[in-house]
Design a protein around this ligand. Structure first.
Ligand code: CP
Length: 306
């Protein structure tokens, strides 16, 4: 059976730490890795739009000396003719050594993996999980802070539909000394199942609030998120909630001097462009880190040692 990464908990903490160490080595010594995946192929099957995840996966495979194939919208594949996701993935696994797949339906990558002869990586499934964004976030936090424990972390925005939040809460809950501050409108709270599994079961400290300003001085990390328009059932609710939180230089005046601001991107309106010039803004570094951690993950799943 191939090794799949459907959820971040498919990786042990030791494996995550090992991936971060490999990504750091790739950043320091890129030439060492440039032929590592020669004659290997990555397929990117994106049934939902993406800029960073798809292109960072493709860039990662090309930087490893491999090649890429795939599609960036369902309508350009035989899905448009009614082919099932299982048959699509079974077909592609005949042509590629590893598959990164994004789908709007929660659980689709897990279901598809049952039909694959090669490793499947979940590149985002609906409002559920996004494990490789979490690896990107963890590498960024590690690079910014030098550790992955002992923080107060604020998650702000759409915690209900934000799959990157669900995966990162799950991942950080396995490191020591993390305190979670969950900031959202009442309608967009972190789902009960994530709280139960990641926080309550482990007896971890967390607070829920609607007020970002009041908790800002406590935070070591602030993870901003976009309100996920595509997951809403009606536009009226989206329009009412979309600008609930807008991070500006003024709002950051009360934040710690060594705060790190993360955002998985894309952003819409929730971080003012002026914040990009703040040295605490780490989200453009996150974009770069996404490529290196995905290089490390491809090597691991293909069992290639450099
Ligand atoms: N962070 C992220 O998943 O971005 P894309 O939707 O552009 O891939």
């Amino acid at each position: 059976m191939p090794r799949n990464i459907i959820d971040v908990v498919d990786l042990t903490v030791e494996e995550i730490d090992e991936l971060i160490a490999t990504a750091e080595d790739i950043i320091q010594n890129p030439a060492k890795y440039q032929e590592a995946c020669r004659h290997r192929q990555l397929a990117t099957l994106f049934f939902e739009p993406s800029t960073r995840t798809r292109l960072s996966f493709e860039s990662a495979m090309l930087a490893l000396g491999g090649s890429v194939l795939g599609f960036s919208e369902a309508n350009s594949s035989s899905t448009a003719k009614g082919e099932t996701v299982g048959d699509t993935v079974h077909t592609v696994s005949c042509y590629a050594d590893i598959i990164a797949m994004r789908h709007p339906k929660e659980g689709a990558p897990y279901a598809a993996a049952q039909f694959s002869e090669v490793p499947i990586i979940n590149a985002g499934d609906g409002g559920h999980n996004h494990p490789t964004q979490t690896l990107t976030d963890l590498l960024t936090i590690h690079r910014e802070k030098g550790r992955l424990n002992g923080f107060t972390v604020g998650f702000c925005g759409d915690l209900k539909f934000g799959r990157t939040v669900h995966s990162l809460v799950n991942a950080l809950s396995r490191y020591d000394g993390i305190r979670f501050v969950l900031v959202s409108p009442a309608e967009l709270k972190l789902p009960r199942y994530v709280k139960e599994e990641a926080l309550k079961k482990r007896n971890l400290p967390y607070v829920q609030t609607t007020d970002l300003d009041s908790v800002m001085p406590e935070l070591d990390l602030l993870y901003m998120t976009r309100v996920q328009k595509e997951r809403f059932f009606n536009e009226e609710d989206y329009l009412r909630l979309k600008d609930s939180y807008i991070l500006t230089p003024e709002k950051l005046e009360r934040a710690k001097a060594d705060l790190s601001i993360l955002h998985p991107l894309p952003r819409v309106n929730e971080i003012a462009v002026a914040v990009d010039r703040d040295p605490r803004a780490a989200y453009w570094k996150q974009v770069k880190n996404g490529k290196f951690i995905r290089m490390a993950l491809i090597l691991k799943l293909l069992d290639i040692h450099v």
